[in-house]
Ligand binder design. Structure first.
Ligand SMILES: [Zn+2]
Length: 418
């Protein structure tokens, strides 16, 4: 018998494959990977010439030419200015086609922010829409706002609609199946908007939308494990584990906010008592303030944050208690997922200089082993939900949590983060 080589080229081993989910690799897959790489280079380096695209990607110029023709015909890319060169041919530069726009809405319990963005993530319009209890009337108000935004941009073509929601969305059915702070369960948000707008609609959990916005902006480049925590009326989490966004069965992964902390605690919107979010959300900070200062008045979390900045001792104490509970609860996250980075989004970040160190100290005190994750503020504040919802329309889930059957049923390949 010949001995196995101990050096030289590595020999590929055996891998157990679950044949229930197997998909054969095709030459189309290889073409699509190269296409996605070329589009990402155009997105991040625009304007760029075909020659530079070939040099940066390492692909043959003829391959790049074919890909660029495809991207122009799909309307993702347009030819623009001619590059200045001292001699020789002057190449035409390529950039994303910003005549394509995306409608988005960030839906919260009392209001929605509706916005129109171009392919480069620039906001062309943004407007707050007050919502009512009835989902049908609320959606009608959002659609009215979206139609007026499109009417103001008659020369642009809309690619689709992305909706960020304070709840969990089943990736298969695209139904909102858990939203304790928004009583819209069982209402077909996607279907009702698609029927009236005649545009493709994608729904996304707000924390996942924020996380995807961070990924698109490149701020998490090189990071494979991160958790983004949204702190508002409730607490949500978007999870990036080993480079993939985790949605879990029926899209329900990430509900750390409903982990029980104290069975005798206040009633939560989910019907249980003492969940993490009833101690660490914005609503909790307002409750603490009412307990500390029964005669005081804070109209909302922004009011409480302003009072703290002005030196109100009760407001500072209430927000510090919220930050402390937030930090302690993050042990659930560090113990379960061991992220490199924890990003915090929401109102609490406007007072980060005061509250960030309290959260960081709690996280460091409660590590099981190893260094504590880096704690940072998610960028953009409320805009990140809108940018993330737009990105979900663009990538059509092809980047992170694509059910492949869903992707195949759609005619055009989309932009994805690679
Ligand atoms: Zn709960």
């Amino acid at each position: 018998m010949r001995p196995a080589p101990v050096s030289g080229p590595r020999i590929r081993g055996i891998k157990r494959i679950d044949l229930a989910y197997v998909e054969l690799a095709s030459s189309e897959d290889a073409r699509n990977i190269n296409r996605d790489i070329a589009l990402e280079i155009i997105r991040s380096r625009q304007p760029v010439s075909r020659a530079d695209l070939a040099r940066i990607s390492g692909l043959q110029p003829s391959t790049i030419s074919a890909i660029v023709e495809q991207l122009i015909s799909e309307k993702w890319v347009k030819e623009g200015a001619v590059a200045r060169r001292p001699k020789g041919r002057r190449p035409t530069l390529l950039s994303l086609n910003d005549e394509l726009v995306i409608l988005t809405a960030d839906v919260r319990p009392n209001q929605a922010i509706v916005a129109l963005l171009d392919l480069n993530g620039r906001f062309l319009a943004r407007e707050a829409v007050p919502l009512v209890f009835d989902p049908e009337r609320s959606i009608a108000k959002i659609i009215f706002c979206m139609n007026s935004m499109l009417a103001d941009q008659p020369d642009r073509s809309c690619e689709g609609i992305g909706i960020s929601l304070p709840g969990r969305v089943d990736p298969e059915s695209q139904r909102l199946i858990l939203a304790p702070n928004l009583k819209w369960s069982n209402y077909d948000i996607k279907g009702s908007i698609e029927r009236k707008m005649h545009l493709h609609v994608e729904l996304a959990n707000a924390a996942n939308a924020c996380l995807i916005s961070e990924l698109w902006s490149g701020k998490l480049d090189g990071i494979r494990n991160a958790v983004l925590i949204t702190v508002s009326e409730g607490i949500g989490a978007g999870i990036l584990a080993n480079g993939q966004i985790v949605t879990g069965r029926s899209g329900l992964a990430g509900e750390f906010g409903h982990s029980p902390i104290d069975p005798a605690g206040p009633l939560c919107g989910c019907g249980q008592r003492g969940c993490w979010e009833v101690f660490a959300s914005s609503k909790a900070a307002l409750r603490y303030y009412a307990e500390i200062c029964p005669k005081g008045h804070a109209a909302g979390i922004q009011d409480l944050l302003r009072m703290a900045e002005e030196g109100d001792a009760a407001a500072i104490e209430a927000l510090s208690r919220q930050a402390s509970c937030l930090g302690r609860g993050l042990r659930l996250v560090t113990a379960a997922l061991a992220p490199e980075v924890i990003l915090i989004a929401g109102d609490i970040t406007t007072s980060w200089a005061r509250l960030g160190p309290i959260i960081q100290a709690e996280v460091e005190n409660l590590m099981l082993a190893g260094p504590a994750p880096r704690l940072a503020v998610a960028s953009d504040g409320e805009l990140s939900r809108l940018r993330g919802a737009a990105a979900i329309v663009l990538q059509r889930h092809s980047g992170y949590h694509l059910p492949k059957s869903a992707a195949r049923s759609r005619p055009r390949r989309a932009i994805s983060v690679i």
